[in-house]
Structure formats: C-alpha cells, structure tokens
Design a protein around this ligand. Structure first.
Ligand SMILES: Cc1ncc(COP(=O)(O)O)c(C=O)c1O
Length: 381
C-alpha cells in the first residue's frame, strides 16, 4: 500500500530530536525554528515530558470517558492557573480542527443561532464547519459549503459593526485568531477584539478565540487575544498543548452551561494525553516560558529589523513573520539546505518563525547568523 500523497515533502528524515535541535538519519544537526509547525512548546523530548508520559504508560494509557479520570481535573486546574482563566470549564479533544468544530457547535447550541462570522485569510482547520470558516476555497469540499458563514475583512471595524447591525439576530459566533498564522502572521488589532467583545455582548453572540497556533504562551501572553484586555467566551487550543502528543481542547466561559451528551469524544482527555499536557504546563510554569517567549521574541524581532533585504518584520513573542522580496525568494530553502535551519512559511512570500518557547538566546543568535549568511549568499548570486 502507498501513502495518500497530500504533502509536498522536504527530502529529509528526522530520527532524533532534543530541545530546539533535530538530527537526520546521517547525524546532520538542524536548528528547529519551526517547532514542527508550532507544536513543540517546551522543546523536543523534554525529560520531564518523557518521564510523565512513561510513568503514565506504565499505569494506564486509555479508558473511555465513562469513568472518572482524575488527571483530567488536575489538567483543568493547572490550565486555569497558568492561563488565568480559573473560572472557565475545560472540554478535551484531539486536534485544533476538532477544538474549533466543538467551539462553533457549542456556540450554536448555546444561543440557538446559525450564522458564524469569520475573517479574510483565516485558517480554522479541516473538519466540516472549521473548514467552512476557513478562507481558502481550495480546501472546502462541495459538501462543506454552507451559507451560514459570513466572511468579513480582517480588522475592519466598520464592516463588523455593519454586519451585526444587519444580521445581529442570526449571528451565533465570531471566530478569530489572535494572530493569524497560516494567513501570514497578521495581528488582530486590540480595538478590533474589543469591538468583537462589545458586539457579541450586545447581540448574544459567542466570541471564539482560535488560539490553536497563537495560544499556549507563544505570543508572550497565555492567549494572544489577552493583549486586548477582554475575555473571549471560548478559547480553542491544540498544537503546543501536548508538545507533540496529540491533544486539543476548549476553555468555556462559566455562563455557557454543560448538559450530558452535548459534546463528546472517544479519545479526548485520555490518561496519556493528559499526562503529556500536564507536563507541558508544569515546565511552562517552572521555567517561566511565557515571559521568556516575550523577551526572546522581542530580541529576535529587533535584530531582524536590522537585517537588510527582509521586510515587514512583525509578530509577538515567538510567533514572528517577515516578508521575503523576489530576489530572496529561495531564502527558506537556502536556510534549510545550506544552513540546516527549519523555518515555516505562509504563501506567497512570508517566513514564519514558530520555535519552541524554550529556545535559548544562543540558538536565537545562531539563527540570526544563519539568516544573515543566507541573505548574503542569495544577494551574491
Ligand atoms: C489557527 C489554527 N486553527 C486551527 C488549526 C487546525 O489544527 P489541527 O491541524 O490540529 O486540526 C490550525 C492548524 O494549523 C491553526 O493554525
């Protein structure tokens, strides 16, 4: 049998990883400024994370959600503390798309309404409603098409206000990334998020903060949306939550009430996933990684601004993007092949940096040196 060929691959096989480094089958070392797609939060194979998973594996890995699983409550408590959303409720699932799917569905159960407001260049995942709310027609199958989604321009306050004036009675939820990832590292304006809060309150709609990529401390706050100083009703999470162990979840404000059977999943919240997620939060807390991400991110951003050739450096914490002009269009490839550095991208010309939150200053400097070298190499061609 062959694999279903949906991923354009780099011709590299990674066999070992530690912290912010990975090694290929020939022992060649790479610096991971991509964090395996924003997933590696505390560092590859972090010893505390490995130990917690191993210890849990010896006891019990999985049992269904029909019994008491105390480690779920421990995770909820720790997450409340680290995120500062102590009075929220936690529902656990397995991925980012599933988190958003549940968030959108729960919002609709809650207020009985059907329309969802989403924004240009958004990415919310590939399940039916999440993909319908994603601004990329090429990944929306005919069966996913629905007229329940209203797309508006990102950060356009007048358009949002006008939309609520017209459709306020029908709008169930507004879903927005605090920093658009796939869209190219675009920050939601503070005043825009505040307006979403105000309009949702006024029209009994649910504010959903998609924090799958920009959440979990990456931005230098637990949720990037926190920079606006207002709370969302639901936060969706995944990626960094398990440091590579698949787990997702939603944080749900206290006024949204649970009912037996409303949401459910077989694998969500299993013992092993919770052990991995607890290990991540323990390390984030003990090592002060959120503040570290903020400070190191500010340093990298400042240094990047001084590099001639790259443009529009932007981001928060360790979620950083910059534009690559035409003469440097091979930059990402050159960094990988010549300088052994993984970075992310956003089409057509953005390089995305999404390293582990435990990236060291030495690694940051190593990256900046490599980047300068790659730019110089390309300019000399
Ligand atoms: C903002 C955002 N939401 C949702 C998702 C979907 O997450 P997953 O791939 O875990 O389903 C992603 C994935 O890149 C994302 O960046």
């Amino acid at each position: 049998m062959k694999l279903f060929d949906v991923y354009p691959l780099n011709n590299i096989t990674i066999t070992r990883a530690k912290g912010s480094n990975v090694w290929d089958e020939n022992g060649v070392q790479y610096l991971d400024m991509y964090g395996g797609h924003a997933v590696i939060s505390i560092g590859h194979t972090h010893p505390h994370w490995v130990k917690r998973i191993e210890e849990q594996l010896e006891k019990i890995a999985f049992y269904s959600n029909s019994i008491i699983i105390p480690i779920q409550a421990q995770l909820a408590e720790k997450l409340g503390k680290v995120s500062g959303k102590e009075n929220y409720q936690l529902f656990l699932c397995n991925s980012g798309a599933e988190a958003n799917e549940n968030a959108l569905k729960l919002a609709s159960f809650h207020n009985g309404k059907k329309k969802v407001v989403a924004f240009s260049k958004s990415f919310h995942g590939r399940t039916s409603l999440a993909v319908a709310a994603t601004d990329n027609p090429s990944i929306v199958a005919p069966v996913n098409e629905t007229d329940n989604i209203i797309f508006l321009p990102f950060n356009d306050e007048a358009a949002l206000t006008a939309c609520f004036e017209k459709h306020g009675d029908e709008i169930s939820s507004v879903i927005i990334e605090g920093i658009q990832g796939v869209g190219g590292i675009i920050l939601a304006n503070t005043s825009f998020l505040q307006l979403i809060r105000t309009l949702c309150d006024k029209h009994n709609a649910v504010y959903i903060a998609d924090s799958v990529q920009c959440g979990y401390g990456r931005s230098g706050q637990f949720f990037a949306h926190d920079y606006a100083g207002v709370n969302a009703d639901i936060y969706s999470m995944a990626k960094g939550m398990g440091n590579g162990f698949p787990i997702g979840g939603i944080l749900i404000a206290p006024h949204i009430k649970a009912k037996y059977g409303l949401l459910g999943t077989t694998f969500g919240g299993n013992h092993l996933a919770c052990a991995a997620a607890l290990a991540v939060l323990e390390v984030i807390e003990q090592d002060g990684l959120i503040n570290h991400a903020k400070e190191l991110g500010a340093y990298i951003t400042e240094e990047l601004k001084g590099i001639e050739g790259i443009q529009n450096v932007r981001g928060r914490g360790l979620m950083i993007g910059f534009d690559v002009p035409e003469d440097l269009k091979e930059l990402k490839k050159t960094l990988l092949t010549e300088f052994k550095v993984f970075t992310g991208e956003a089409k057509p010309n953005v390089i995305r940096l999404l390293p582990s939150l435990a990236l060291t200053k030495a690694h940051a400097d190593e990256f900046l040196t490599a980047l300068k070298g790659a730019v110089a190499l390309l300019k000399a061609k």
